[in-house]
Write a protein that binds this ligand. Sequence first.
Ligand code: NDP
Length: 253
Amino acid sequence: MHDATARFEGYGVLITGAARGIGAATARRLAGEGAQVLVTDVDLAAAERTVTELRGEGLAAEAYRCDVGDRESVEAAVAHTVTTLGSLDVLVNNAFGCTPDTPLFEDTTDETWARDLDLTLTSAFRCSRAALPHLVASGRGAIVNIGSVNGLQAFGNHAYSAAKAGLTSLTRTLASDAAPRGVRVNLVAPGTIRTPGWAGRESHLDDLAEIYPLGRVGEPTDIAAAVAFLASRDASWITGTTLRVDGGLLAVN
Ligand code: NDP
């Protein structure tokens, strides 16, 4: 019988956009199971605050500035993970930097479209490409992409949804490419999750709860648990999959 509380003992983990929300909850979950986590974010001060909290809970975490829109910044974060933590075993592509949706499709500008695709899809390509040699060297490497139900069904926000659909596809193609090299690649597709990204729109969250068969919107810990499963040896025969964590939303839509 294995100790489920120590599934990530000796693991080095890099999480993008981890200063808050789903990324921070995932950092807490994986560190709580023994990992050393590089909490990266474009906002270094916010990442440092999160790391202070995690260390206060006795967890192993380091803060590092990483802008997923910048190749050099991504490559520096990957190199820093390996030198500081000793290995890179798990990459979680989580950062969220999308612009709010425009009410009308035809009002979406080229700049918004390009930026949202870059920060939502190309960023994961960029991080995965930099991390892959280290994940191969790990012998137990795993990538978990944070997608969205928006990538699976039409819920608005065209660029974001197209990018998340692309991320679902990238998950499959990279999983196929990396499997012979011992690296697994999976995607978690969350429904609505109560994170700081919803600040100022909390009443909308309460309305949204009604469309979820399980009667509530999700919490960051709901996603962190799914990421931990897919990244762990418990999922050692799972790659290229999309795990919906959506309170049953797409079961009925
Ligand atoms: P949050 O907005 O709460 O946190 C995202 C973090 O990413 C912030 O700290 C943000 O920093 C940081 N970030 C923004 N731009 C960059 C960048 N260029 N490089 C690195 N970090 C950056 O997001 P959530 O926790 O809500 O979302 C996390 C993931 O979950 C995303 O991939 C999102 O698409 C997905 N998701 C979320 C859902 C939800 O309802 N919350 C639903 C479905 C999917 P700053 O604060 O400075 O902008």
